[in-house]
Design a protein around this ligand. Structure first.
Ligand code: HEM
Length: 484
């Protein structure tokens, strides 16, 4: 149904926009030193091809095909419903990443597609840049190193409860929904002090709908992914708003503390001018954090399980590392920061998963002034996109790019600006360390309990917009006490 709708919309737009298209072609020819590329259909641009390569499991194809075709580190396209003046330019390779990451605030600034702004409406009150600054500042306080150390034990407690309730005693499980359940539970606990599994599940369900719509074609008609995402976003924001209001009362009546979670932290922290965030703003920020804080890590966790099912020698090496740590603990003792530091091989495995399946394929920037990159002019106002796959899948950056090889991350590791799953520069993901702890805590808990086998060999990966196993990755569990 959705495919049919998208096809019909594309067709309609193509028909009514022919004069507009002629004008575009004329304009392109008149600008010789603009980056090479084509704009696809008017209004829709090349969005459908961009999204469909992802849904077919080859998100890198859209990028690498064009790099090869134009023999250029930069090409022009039009994505996610921009018009001519908002055409997007993709900067590729380590040079493109370096340029965008190190010119933040000088030549470029953060920018989100209109689809994101419609799904998260309050972010348009100021500007995406202001919103991003506000969020980063809050996160910096909440995720400072001392605080992060304290979250290790909390994440381990949730992991243990998660394995007791959803894994132990089961012969078969479906990995992806469980990974999401785990990471969402951790996020609800750390951000909102919610850890009742029933309450967590109730809030979790609409999030899937929301994520699928964030990078969809921004057509708000009944039946489209975009329309469903807006509805899901409204529902979640209302839920969060009532949680915020209740917490305000609890704080005033001493039933909650100022330091118990990120929600309290947001309510009691004022900016330089002594202004406190509004309730809606807080709900909006928490919504963003819940999305950023669980969908990405759950994809990584699922793919770790997928690769380890197929690569026994890597499984054994990761198992040995985790069992060494497990043996050093007293009964009932939780993992701590020092344990996390010892999980070097496991983190290399996770990095290799992040290289092959980056949860975020890339993000956008906007040119704040005219500049030249790689010999091509980029006019002020143009939208720019960096893509993790442009280096992650390039044999010059990572020889035999399709081979799963955690040793790439030993020693000095990959060359600068080639491994960029968390972005880079001042806008680099502020949740990186949180994600590292969460992923490693999960690896410790799964490896010390089980070995496993995939029930579907070569299960397809779809990217929508985060990579996920098409059938959710069903696996057969073999508890260690059953092994000979
Ligand atoms: C494996 C897990 C994760 C990956 C791969 C990831 C990746 C990214 C990437 C690529 C960006 C954009 C960077 C840029 O534009 O240069 C980003 C931004 C962001 N991430 Fe993450 N992320 C992960 C986990 C998390 C977690 C756990 C949180 C929160 C607890 C989080 C919160 C954020 C926020 C708030 C931003 C926006 C920052 C800004 O606007 O300046 N992320 N992330």
């Amino acid at each position: 149904m959705e495919l049919f709708l998208q096809f019909s919309i594309t067709f309609l737009i193509a028909i009514v926009s022919i004069p507009f298209a002629i004008l575009l072609v004329y304009n392109h020819k008149s600008n010789d030193c603009l980056p090479p590329g084509k704009m696809g259909f008017p209004l829709l641009g090349e969005t459908l091809e961009f999204l469909s390569t992802g849904r077919r499991g080859n998100p890198e194809k859209f990028i690498l095909d064009r790099v090869a075709k134009y023999s250029s580190l930069v090409f022009r396209t039009s994505l996610l419903g921009f018009t001519r003046q908002f055409s997007s330019t993709v900067l590729c390779g380590a040079a493109g990443n370096k340029f965008l990451f190190s010119n933040e605030g000088k030549l470029v600034t953060v920018w989100w597609p209109s689809s994101v702004n419609k799904i998260f409406p309050t972010s348009t009150k100021t500007s995406p840049l202001e919103e991003s600054k506000k969020l980063r500042k809050l996160m910096l306080n909440f995720f400072k190193p001392g605080a992060l150390h304290g979250y290790v034990g909390m994440m381990d407690t949730i992991a243990q409860r998660h394995f007791e309730s959803s894994w132990e005693g089961k012969q078969e499980i479906t990995m992806y929904p469980l990974a999401k359940m785990f990471t969402f539970w951790v996020a609800c606990k750390l951000f909102l002090s919610i850890d009742d599994p029933k309450e967590v599940t109730r809030i979790a369900d609409p999030f899937q709908v929301l994520t699928s719509g964030v990078f969809s074609v921004p057509v708000n008609l009944p039946g489209t992914a975009f329309n469903r995402a807006i509805k899901a976003s409204n529902w979640i924001r209302n839920e969060l708003l009532s949680i915020v209001k209740k917490r305000k009362v609890d704080l005033a009546e001493n039933r909650a503390t100022a330091t118990q979670d990120i929600l309290s932290h947001m309510l009691v922290t004022s900016d330089e001018d002594g202004q406190f965030m509004t309730e809606t703003d807080i709900a909006d920020k928490i919504l963003g954090l819940l999305i950023g804080g669980h969908d990405t890590s759950s994809a990584v966790i699922s793919f770790i399980v997928k690769y380890l099912a197929h690569l026994p020698h890597i499984y054994v090496e990761a198992l040995m590392e985790q069992m060494e740590i497990a043996k050093s603990k007293k009964p009932g003792e939780l993992l701590n920061w020092d344990d996390i530091q010892k999980m070097k091989y496991s983190w290399n495995v996770a990095c290799e998963v992040l290289r092959l399946n980056p949860p975020l394929q890339g993000t956008f920037r906007e040119a704040t002034t005219d500049f030249v990159f790689s010999g091509f002019s980029i006019p002020k106002g143009w939208k720019l996109y960096w893509s993790a796959n442009s280096t992650h899948k390039d044999p010059q950056c990572f020889p035999e790019p399709e081979k799963f090889d955690p040793s790439r991350f030993e020693g000095a590791g990959p060359a600068p600006y080639t491994f960029v799953p968390f972005g880079g520069g001042p806008k680099m993901c502020p949740g990186k360390e949180y994600a590292r702890i969460e992923i490693l805590v999960f690896m410790h808990n799964v490896l010390k309990r089980f070995r496993w086998e995939s029930l579907i060999s070569n299960e397809k990966i779809i990217v929508d917009p985060i990579p996920i196993p098409e059938k959710g990755l069903p696996i057969r569990l073999i508890p260690h006490h059953n092994c000979n």
